[in-house]
Design a protein around this ligand. Structure first.
Ligand code: NAD
Length: 273
């Protein structure tokens, strides 16, 4: 629990899905609502936020920045340049920590659009953050101090796991593993569901079994003292059903297929930044 009079004041510019997931998680973990401000261009969106969360809301980005210790930029990447240019004077007057959750925008680019020489943290969260089970990669530029790093970890930590990377280019690898990763898992669920239907299960039943199996395996792997490879070996009895299936995956070179898919995602992330 953070004391509201001492808490860093955090402004979220762009109170959309990702921003509300993060401040919702912070409120759940005891961060004082009075220290959080959310802005949007849409009054309707702000009314919806105010009805659900006790945070401050305003359409005035500049006033919200003037008060902030941390500014979280949470608009779509294509809106970011125009937004940064509009905030430039207010940001340079206050010099808050800047955090961006926008995919593909380098810290130096944001710094330049905002007028230069600012502490910037680039975050790559993923969609399970919206249900409190995210996996985020964070990169801090050289102007970020230890207290700011710790606060940023607390922010993203409110919606899931946080991993720091030391090189900004590693954010592309985070994108390839965690950012795009949920879709790989959804694809696997779809395939398992289709396989179940092909084997004679009722469609709804196949879906429920596929989802619960992936969920249960992930929960078990997280909670176990053993690494996934060991858990796999432990459920693979010699000459059993699982061994036959695993052999089929290995014959099809599943590890190579996954590596190539992740490389393709990282390549695309590099093209976009
Ligand atoms: P969203 O569309 O839900 O939210 C964006 C919000 O910004 C909207 O409410 C919009 O009204 C507001 N906005 C736009 N311009 C503004 C301005 N000038 N001033 C104030 N508000 C403004 O989008 P989202 O899904 O929350 O994504 C936001 C950012 O998070 C994006 O950059 C995206 O790349 C990143 N991100 C999202 C996810 C995700 O799972 N949703 C995952 C990783 C990264």
């Amino acid at each position: 629990m953070t004391d509201s009079s001492q808490a860093s004041r955090i402004t979220f510019i762009g109170a959309g899905n990702m921003a509300s997931a993060i401040f919702g998680g912070m409120l759940d973990s005891g961060y004082p609502a009075a220290a959080i401000t959310a802005t949007s261009r849409s009054q309707e969106r702000l009314d919806a936020i105010a009805a659900q969360y006790p945070v401050n809301t305003t359409r005035d980005n500049l006033a919200a920045v003037a008060e902030a210790d941390v500014v979280v930029l949470a608009v779509k990447p294509q809106m970011m340049r125009e937004l940064c240019l509009s905030l430039r004077e207010a940001v340079q007057a206050r010099r808050p920590l800047i955090m961006s959750v926008a995919a593909g925008l380098e810290a130096a680019t944001l710094e330049q659009w905002l007028g230069g020489e600012l502490p910037v943290i680039r975050c790559m969260p993923n969609t399970p953050s919206l249900v409190g089970a995210g996996a985020s990669g964070l990169y801090a530029n050289a102007r970020v101090d230890a207290a700011q790093r710790s606060l940023a970890g607390e922010l993203l930590g409110a919606v899931g796991l946080v991993e720091w990377v030391e090189e900004e280019a590693q954010i592309d690898a985070v994108t390839a593993v965690a950012g795009s990763g949920p879709a790989y898992c959804f694809l696997f669920m779809e395939s398992l569901e289709a396989a179940g239907i092909a084997l004679g299960l009722a469609p709804e039943s196949a879906r429920r079994l596929a989802l619960q199996t992936v969920y249960g395996a992930a929960k078990m792997a997280r909670e176990s003292e053993f690494e996934p490879a060991e858990l796999r070996r432990r459920v693979t009895s010699p000459n059993g059903t699982t061994e036959r299936a695993i052999q089929s995956f290995q014959d099809a070179e599943l590890a190579r297929i996954v590596a190539e898919a992740a490389e393709a995602a990282a390549e695309r992330a590099r093209e976009l930044s």
